[in-house]
Design a protein around this ligand. Structure first.
Ligand code: SF4
Ligand code: SF4
Ligand code: SF4
Length: 263
């Protein structure tokens, strides 16, 4: 896990909205300090442009969604000692993976006047479906402090901490009132991975699961709770079939709800 004192770092974009790269840029002064401790060899949003540069650590944003993505991710893996997938697109296929359970070609035909010009794979898939991934940072987008924590761990030569606890635990730590208990709002926090600091409950709204499934997520219990709160099986399926729809725990929960709807 050890890396050189001034490691070469690359940030690559695949099919995505750029929001996770912005989490880097939003680090502000911390990013400037970081730039002195690492050598940024490729980061198109920030300036350095050398997509084939050898890197000690490559951060990869976005899903594999096009034929060009398929070829490029293999090249990046060959040029990178350590590869870290950042964000829901890279870890679970992202919102664009909603097409995986639909007729994507029909969607393209309905939207574009020349759908044949759209070079799009039938499915949007996470980076780990194609190459070995050394670490995953979940979230839509990932948080800047999480990125800094990972880089600092790597600079110290230790494995980054994988926080697979649940958003509920962050609510408790921060003393936020539970929106599900106090206001009856269905909340994905009990099955969602921590890391955002319970951002949404802190603002008085429900978590919608953007950090993906937590470890040992009891989706059956949460689906039953949603049912008691008045959500029908279709609505429950939609709660799980969102930004992280292809994460196995959420995919299975959505399929189960849909089967109940169709019974
Ligand atoms: S995970 Fe979210 S914020 Fe990050 S690139 Fe994908 S859509 Fe954008
Ligand atoms: S608001 Fe949501 S995340 Fe927070 S404790 Fe309640 S259920 Fe859990
Ligand atoms: S509370 Fe849930 S939806 Fe909101 S930022 Fe955190 S993980 Fe994402």
């Amino acid at each position: 896990m050890g890396v050189p004192t001034r490691p070469r770092v690359a940030v690559h974009k695949f099919s995505s909205c750029d929001g996770c790269q912005l989490a880097f840029l939003n680090l502000g002064e911390d990013l400037l300090a970081l730039a002195e401790r690492v050598e940024l060899v490729h980061f198109a949003e920030a300036g350095p442009l050398d997509p084939d540069a050898e890197a000690d650590v490559a951060f990869v944003e976005g899903s594999v969604s096009t034929p060009a993505d398929l070829e490029r991710i293999q090249r990046i893996r060959r040029h990178s000692r350590m590869l870290i997938a950042i964000g829901a697109c890279a870890t679970a296929g992202g919102i664009q993976a909603l097409r995986n359970g639909a007729d994507g070609a029909q969607w393209a035909a309905q939207i574009y006047s020349h759908p044949a010009a759209v070079a799009s794979l039938e499915r949007s898939t996470p980076i780990s479906s194609h190459v070995a991934v050394d670490f995953e940072l979940w979230g839509c987008p990932v948080s800047g402090p999480q990125i800094l924590a990972v880089v600092n761990s790597l600079l110290l030569g230790v494995a980054p901490r994988d926080d697979a606890d649940k958003v509920c635990s962050e609510c408790k730590r921060r003393n936020f009132a539970c929106v599900m208990v106090s206001r009856g709002i269905p909340c994905m926090g009990p099955v969602t991975r921590a890391g955002c600091g319970a951002l949404c409950p802190g603002l008085g709204r429900d978590c919608y699961g953007c950090y993906g499934p937590a470890e040992n997520a009891n989706t059956d219990a949460l689906a039953a709770q949603f049912g008691r709160q008045g959500l029908d099986p279709s609505a429950i399926a939609r709660r799980f079939r969102s930004i992280n729809s292809q994460a196995p725990a959420f995919l299975a929960a959505a399929d189960k709800a849909r089967m109940q709807r169709d019974e």
